[in-house]
Write a protein that binds this ligand. Structure first.
Ligand SMILES: NC(=O)c1ccc[n+]([C@@H]2O[C@H](COP(=O)([O-])OP(=O)(O)OC[C@H]3O[C@@H](n4cnc5c(N)ncnc54)[C@H](OP(=O)(O)O)[C@@H]3O)[C@@H](O)[C@H]2O)c1
Length: 303
């Protein structure tokens, strides 16, 4: 979260957006549609640094100028495990939040059924949207929890099915999904790839990897070298990984990558790097081998 941001404060971006006329025209058309009473979803996608957050800020500013209620939420890495966190931020954001906290408290009648809460929220949102147009901006959705993501899962899947049927994409991949979401999606269409966080010190997604293996789906473990980065990295700073790598004459990164590769034939690795030396090191991981003792030792690595 931006530390300079005051909760409830409507932000006016300081610099004008440049070179994004087509995107701004498309977003303005969404706002027009919204004002005419038709609900709509706009998905802003692109690589890091292409200005997605700036575009979201701009559309929020445009909406406020048109007296549309706006709520903004930002998902953060730790939000992946906090149910509805990004969506809640957006709904209670600003001086006139989209939802009243009391309404949510009343709606949340079934704590043992977290998806009922989602349905209750949906009903509250529909009621609020009947009163006045509203815009919900969610940034960094790749970090959103499954509850927030579920609110748009089927819409996204339908868009991907349409894109595949039109020949725009070759196959459908899912990212940051639960076992249940994979099951749900695979019942309706063919899924070719799943990408979830998975590394030596975080094996939460192991059942997902197994399910993918059984169904012939490729599995891409993201953050294969551990998360968070730097001195808190539970993989690259692990003494067990360092000792194992030293004994085998390979690097800790290679040990971590080879451990993933040997798990199953459907594992595909895409470790990111800005360094040619690391790229070479990572590519060479494919030619390394972990012996039985290494596998036993590495099995002890945890967060
Ligand atoms: N679906 C999702 O939600 C999601 C989430 C995260 C990532 N991803 C995707 O997964 C891909 C890879 O992500 P990532 O987290 O692996 O890449 P990343 O975001 O680029 O980060 C990799 C980190 O590991 C370091 N590193 C790489 N090789 C190393 C080595 N041999 N020794 C020590 N440090 C090394 C890199 O530093 P140097 O640059 O110094 O090498 C960098 O800090 C990307 O395409 C990303 O978009 C997807």
């Amino acid at each position: 979260m931006d530390p300079s941001r005051v909760p409830g404060e409507a932000r006016e971006p300081s610099q004008p957006v440049r070179g994004r006329d087509a995107e701004l025209t498309a977003l303005a058309a969404h706002l027009d549609q919204l004002r005419s009473g038709i609900g709509t979803v706009a998905l802003v996608e692109g690589g890091a640094g292409m200005g997605k957050s700036r575009l979201l800020e701009e559309v929020a500013t445009m909406a406020r100028r048109l007296s549309i209620r706006v709520g903004s939420g930002v998902a953060e890495p730790c939000d992946t495990v906090v149910q509805l966190s990004a969506l809640m931020d957006a709904l209670f954001d600003g001086p006139s939040p989209i939802l009243e906290r009391a309404a949510l408290r009343d709606a949340h009648t079934s704590p043992e059924q977290r998806y009922w809460l989602l349905q209750d929220l949906e009903a509250l949102l529909q009621r609020a949207a009947l009163e006045a147009p509203l815009l919900v901006c969610l940034d960094d959705m790749q970090w959103a929890d499954s509850g927030t993501a579920a609110a748009r899962f089927d819409d996204q899947l339908a868009a991907m099915v349409a894109a595949r049927d039109e020949g725009l994409i070759a196959g459908i991949g899912l990212s940051n999904v639960s076992l249940e979401q994979l099951r749900h999606a695979a019942q309706g269409t063919e899924i070719v790839c799943v990408q979830n966080l998975f590394h030596l010190a975080d094996r939460t997604a192991a059942p997902l990897l197994d399910a993918c293996l059984r169904q012939g789906i490729a599995f891409v473990p993201f953050c294969p070298l551990g998360w968070p980065r730097g001195q808190d990295n539970p993989v690259l700073t692990s003494p067990v990984v360092a000792q194992t790598a030293a004994r085998l004459g390979i690097t800790p990164a290679q040990a971590a990558l080879q451990w993933l590769l040997q798990l199953a034939p459907n594992v595909l690795l895409i470790p990111g790097t800005g360094s040619v030396a690391h790229l070479r090191e990572n590519l060479a991981a494919e030619d390394t081998t972990l012996d039985d003792q290494a596998l036993r030792d590495l099995d002890r690595v945890s967060a």
